[in-house]
Design a protein around this ligand. Structure first.
Ligand code: RIB
Length: 309
């Protein structure tokens, strides 16, 4: 079995469904209230486990019921949680507003997740030594990713960075990743300069020494930048009920597929399928498909080489 190690935030996510998003000063009523555990890394860990990987998940929680509930949930999903506990903080908490077309607006209180330390990561180095692939993101302190990258280099293990939420990251650090997976606005944050259109992105990344990236574009599909080549993938048509966590499902699927030996192109095709299935159900957890569900519903995606600007 392939071993994936994921780092990330975990906490309760509260979902409120609204007809339309607020304007300043407006109070509106929500149509529904739902609560489940979440966080980008948390969602990625659960998604990868459902897709058949053996997953270890590094996180930091407070000493409270929310933290315990998250860890229990992970265990039931077959994920192995490795949790630092920061008694002086509360476990993270997120509020997700979703509208009638499945779009969302998310506010995250990072809480204990912002207290994760490089020391804790180094103490658990044997977990990294035994991993086949690492999946990192931006929802906890960047010095933890620096520590993970040092271990990854030492043990010769590739690391993927899903640079979400958007944040500027040192280019030298970014180049050390095997692959980065920003969405469009995260790509702009990383580049530190505006790109008028998606077709500018590959050249801008290459100019900074980043030669491997998958840029997710929501309904616009995804762009694979691989060396000199840029390949554009359309999204699969899917009636979106809730797009929250679609990026997390995409990243987990990409990682699982790469670990199983697929090419980058095949891995993106698989990830597009998983993301399309994930948005059909409300919230995040109910929509993350199992390996079997993906197999039953798999649709080919036809990529084409992109003309760059
Ligand atoms: O990517 C979606 C996730 O981001 C949600 O689960 C929410 O918790 C936020 O962290």
């Amino acid at each position: 079995i392939m071993k994936l190690t994921v780092l990330g935030l975990c906490g309760q996510s509260v979902f409120l469904e609204v007809e339309h998003f607020h304007v300043p000063g407006e109070t509106i009523h929500a149509k529904s209230l739902h609560s489940e555990p979440g966080g980008k890394g948390f969602n990625q860990a659960v998604a990868a486990s459902r897709l058949g990987a053996e997953v270890s998940f590094f996180t930091c929680v407070g000493q409270d019921g929310e933290g315990t509930a998250c860890l229990e949930f992970l265990k039931k999903e077959g994920v192995y949680p490795i949790a630092q506990v920061d008694a002086s903080s509360r476990t993270a908490y997120a509020c997700v507003l979703t509208d009638c077309v499945g779009e969302n607006r998310v506010t995250v209180y990072q809480g204990a997740s912002s207290k994760m330390t490089p020391e804790f990561i180094r103490e658990k180095r044997e977990v990294f030594a035994q991993s086949d692939l690492l999946l990192l993101n931006n929802e906890y302190p960047m010095d933890c990713n620096v520590a993970v990258l040092e271990l990854a280099e030492q043990y010769g293990i590739p690391a993927i960075l899903n640079p979400a939420p958007a944040q500027k990251i040192d280019m030298e650090l970014l180049r050390k990743f095997f692959l980065i997976t920003p969405n469009y606005s995260e790509a702009i944050s990383l580049l530190g300069e505006p790109a008028n259109c998606v077709r500018h992105l590959p050249a801008l990344f290459r100019a900074k020494g980043i030669c491997r990236a998958v840029v997710t574009l929501g309904r616009g599909g995804a762009l694979l930048i691989d060396g000199e080549q840029t390949i554009s993938f359309p999204a699969l048509p899917s009636r979106a009920r809730d797009t929250t966590g679609a990026g997390d499902a995409f990243n987990a699927a990409l990682a699982v597929s790469l670990m199983s030996g697929s090419s980058l192109e095949k891995a993106v095709e698989y990830a597009i399928n998983v993301a399309a299935l994930s948005v059909r159900e409300p919230y995040v957890m109910p929509g993350l498909p199992t390996k079997q569900q993906v197999k039953l519903n798999f649709k080919p995606v036809h990529p084409r080489e992109m003309e760059e600007l």
